[in-house]
Design a protein around this ligand. Structure first.
Ligand code: FE2
Ligand code: FE2
Length: 189
């Protein structure tokens, strides 16, 4: 059945505006990521897997886009954030630059230690604002029990959890579908 509300010009306008702002945010993230890639080791994040089949690069870009969406929603109700720090902090929050799936004993406490490794690595390559440092170091709250102390860090902390959950679930569904598919093929053979 066709959704008649979409025929309404105002509803269509709202959907178009939402699409345009999502597109503008994706563009903003792409430009900032390209700049980090040009000036540091950010390109390495493309080579490491974060969740399922999602690379660290794709994960941090998704977190950055989600964080900007929250910032835009807050701006509509008059709450402002430091957009530049929010964006760069989100992109650098997992800048640990190793494969955490590697059974190296040094990575055993990855969940607890990687925010500090990420901050140290990011500081080697980029000039960080105080806000960016807090975003990176505190994004694992509450697992790492040091809470964020600025609005931007809270946004990235929450956006990271939402993206991580969605990426993990997508990975599990894809794995389940592959298994089901191969079982069906086996039954037909
Ligand atoms: Fe992380
Ligand atoms: Fe993350």
């Amino acid at each position: 059945m066709q959704n008649t509300s979409l025929k309404h010009p105002k509803a269509r306008c709202r959907i178009d505006a939402r699409r345009q702002s999502a597109h503008a945010r994706a563009r903003e993230v792409h430009v900032a990521a390209a700049e980090l890639e040009r000036t540091g080791r950010f390109g390495l994040t493309r080579t490491f897997i974060q969740h399922g089949t999602v690379s660290v690069y794709a994960h941090v870009c998704a977190v950055a886009q989600a964080s900007l969406a929250v910032a835009d929603a807050l701006a509509r109700i008059g709450i402002q954030v430091d957009r530049s720090s929010l964006l760069r902090g989100a992109l650098l929050h997992d800048y640990f630059l190793y494969d955490w799936h590697d059974p190296d004993p040094a990575h055993r406490l990855h969940g607890f230690t990687h925010p500090f490794t990420a901050r140290a690595r990011a500081e080697e390559d980029y000039e960080l604002t105080a806000c960016e440092r807090i975003i990176i170091e505190r994004h694992m709250f509450p697992l790492v029990p040091i809470p964020p102390t600025c609005r931007e860090a809270w946004i990235v902390c929450l956006a990271d959890k939402a993206c991580a959950l969605s990426e993990t679930l997508r990975g599990m569904v894809a794995k389940w579908q592959r298994k089901r598919c191969s079982r069906r093929k086996g039954a037909c053979a």
